[in-house]
Write a protein that binds this ligand. Structure first.
Ligand code: FPP
Length: 250
């Protein structure tokens, strides 16, 4: 067992971990290769992150796999990422079952190629009864777009008298986000040294702890995740209260 894993306090685990998997392009460039080589070598890191999160008992892990802005990348790169999504979902299905992984997705999924939509829906349906951990892929995802959509949908319901404007609260907004079935994020990890949120889960990260590491995503392994967890466990989450209130009320 990893020494780092042994140092983790299993009573203080982030329930929901979100990850911005950054640095694939630079990793490939460092090796004198094309950017897509980095994406192709990113899957081991995905497996390690999900396995590590599951091992410590986190119930949700959400991966930023493709942003709304990523459509602007060169066609070869977009096609490679979509191809990887399709092939890896197919290939991993038996392991999703073996490891109790329930697959979920958020984003403007209708913008994905039809084949990707089909495979994704198949894997989501097939794994819907798994209960160990929920693995959410953010695909064609942008947080501002998500919020705009939620506002449009709530407004329609107000116009149709399905929602009373006075009753609009955080819960109603939550229920109209792509993440309606997910809890708030507790810990957000971003690799590759960039310290930005990049339009990822803005609403859902309101009280998340943010952790940045210089490791490039293809090099990310379980022990890097455990480093992030140990760092998280050393922080005091106050949710706007004072330290003293946290000490007495938990
Ligand atoms: C960021 O690195 C990574 C992405 C835009 C895509 C993430 C995709 C994967 C990890 C591939 C596998 C995932 C699935 C779900 C099949 P970057 O390209 O922005 O790197 P750079 O900042 O060094 O250029």
């Amino acid at each position: 067992m990893s020494e780092k894993l042994q140092s983790i306090n299993l009573n203080k685990i982030p329930n929901h971990i979100a990850v911005i998997m950054d640095g694939n392009g630079r990793w490939a460039k460092n090796k004198g290769m094309q950017r897509v080589f980095g994406h192709k070598n990113a899957l081991t890191a995905v497996r390690e992150a999900v396995a590590g999160a599951s091992e410590i008992g986190s119930k949700f892990i959400t991966l930023y796999a493709f942003s709304t802005e990523n459509w602007k990348r060169p066609k070869l790169e977009v096609d490679t990422l979509m191809g990887l999504l399709i092939s890896s979902l197919k290939k991993e299905l038996p392991d999703f079952h073996k490891n109790g992984i329930k697959v979920n997705s958020i984003g403007a999924l209708e913008q994905l190629p039809k084949k990707a939509q089909k495979v994704l829906q198949h894997v989501i349906d097939e794994t819907s009864k798994n209960t160990k951990i929920t693995l959410t892929f953010a695909l064609s995802y942008g947080s501002r777009e998500e919020i705009v959509n939620a506002i449009k949908n709530i407004s329609k319901k107000v116009v149709n008298n399905e929602i009373d404007i006075k009753k609009i609260d955080e819960k109603i907004i939550n229920n109209h986000l792509y993440t309606f079935n997910l809890p708030d994020v507790d810990l957000m990890i971003r690799t590759s040294g960039e310290q930005r949120i990049s339009n990822f889960l803005l609403w859902q990260m309101a009280y998340a702890e943010l952790y940045f590491t210089d490791v490039l995503w293809p090099d990310f392994r379980k022990d890097h995740l455990f480093d992030a967890i140990l760092d998280y466990q050393n922080r005091e989450r106050r949710f706007g209260k004072t330290s003293e209130q946290i000490d007495t009320n938990g």
